[in-house]
Design a protein around this ligand. Structure first.
Ligand code: UD2
Ligand code: MN
Length: 359
């Protein structure tokens, strides 16, 4: 039993050698496979990492491009050049270094046109200004619809002239005064302002402002953006909130191109209300979106007032707003007609008195 045991022992010893070799070979191959897999894993990880770097830098490039677009909605500075400013001058910076942020606006402190003129010696006749040491990025016409609101206009000029100068804009102020006692028509006056301002200068940007609205922060820049801008987003009158998402009343800005794309504003909203919603509908129907400052930067105050005479709520407004898409192509800047009564180049603004007819 023992010999057979030893014989069988030697036989199993002779067959154990190739077995261990086979095991060794197997282990060797397994290790190789593990190494190859590790290598593959590292390569794939590296590849993804490099690609994500590419995407990140493309994102940064894209953001920078967008910031540039925001500064110049026309995408070319050419429009804003040729202002009579020497070519060697540098462009003003994207963000003016002169801005101070939140401002105190108090309508209990009386102001006068004389005081405003005294405090703004750089403003030229007609309410024109451009920075003395750099080329403004935009040429902005400020258009104010107006009738019998002299006390409000005094405040507007007193507060806005210094702000607009700190914003380093090349600007002009146009007060569009409706002649006579017919029903008031805000949007048609704004169209007149657009047409008349362009007779003066090649403005590329138009800011449309109520006479009674004053911004409370000079970082709310009265210029144009890559999308139409609503500037009076957070008004004391509405508890410093946007009353509704589509709200476009108060102060807004549009580049010439954006304005022309919607055929300007409606001419047939007589009396109070609706015209701002019609403008919003026009923009939406052309696929544009509304750009807005933050609620903090967009704070503003409205001078308290009663409803004016001959500006009662327009009973047709709801019906008209419902049909903007059908009417906007035939009613707008392309079909505007009015009679210019007078154009006065005053110390702080250009006053355009106009006969815009009646309903
Ligand atoms: C709101 C909107 C305004 C416009 C209006 C409806 C705000 C802050 N503003 O203003 O943009 O959509 O509703 O039409 O929500 N004006 C005169 N003389 C007049 C009548 C009007 O100068 O006799 C001018 C003036 O610039 C005034 C603007 O038109 O600020 C708007 O009229 P409003 O102030 O009487 O109307 P309001 O405050 O409800
Ligand atoms: Mn008002």
């Amino acid at each position: 039993m023992a010999s057979s045991g030893s014989a069988s022992g030697s036989a199993s010893a002779s067959s154990a050698a190739p077995q261990s070799t086979r095991n060794f070979n197997f282990l060797h191959r397994l290790c190789k496979l593990v190494v190859v897999l590790c290598f593959l894993h590292i390569s794939v990880t590296l590849l993804y990492y490099v690609r994500s770097l590419d995407i990140r830098s493309a994102f940064v490039r894209n953001q920078q491009q967008r910031n540039r677009d925001d500064g110049d909605p026309t995408g070319s500075e050419a429009l804003y050049n040729g202002t009579g400013t020497p070519k060697s001058w540098k462009n003003c910076p994207q963000t003016s270094p002169l801005l101070v942020g939140p401002l105190r606006v108090d309508f209990n402190i009386p102001v006068s046109l004389e005081l405003t003129a005294e405090q703004n010696p750089q403003v030229r006749p007609g309410g024109r200004y451009k920075p003395a040491n750099c080329r403004a990025l935009q040429k902005v016409a400020l258009i104010i619809p107006f009738r019998k609101r002299e006390p409000h206009l005094k405040f507007w000029l007193y507060y806005l002239h210094p702000i607009l100068q700190r914003q380093q804009l090349d600007y002009g102020i146009y007060v569009i005064n409706q002649e006579g006692d017919e029903t008031f028509n805000r949007a048609k006056l704004l169209n007149v302002g657009y047409a008349e301002a362009l007779k003066d200068y090649d403005y590329g940007c138009f800011v449309f402002s109520d006479v009674d609205l004053i911004p409370m922060d000079d970082r709310n820049v009265y210029k144009c953006f890559s999308q139409p801008r609503h500037l009076s987003v957070s008004m004391d009158k509405f508890g410093f909130r946007l009353p509704y998402n589509q709200y476009f009343g108060g102060v807004s800005s549009m580049s010439k191109e954006q304005y022309l794309k919607i055929n300007g504003f409606p001419n047939n909203y007589w009396g109070w209300g609706g015209e701002d919603d019609d403008i919003f509908n026009r923009l939406a129907s052309k696929g544009m979106s509304i750009s807005r400052p933050s609620g903090e930067v967009g704070k503003c105050r409205m001078i308290r007032h009663e409803r004016d005479e001959r500006n009662d709520p327009n009973p047709q407004r709801f019906n008209r707003i419902a049909h903007t898409r059908e009417t906007m192509n035939r009613d707008g800047i392309r079909s505007l007609s009015y009679k210019l009564v007078s154009k006065e180049t005053l110390a702080l603004y250009t006053k355009i008195t106009v006969d815009i007819g009646k309903p």
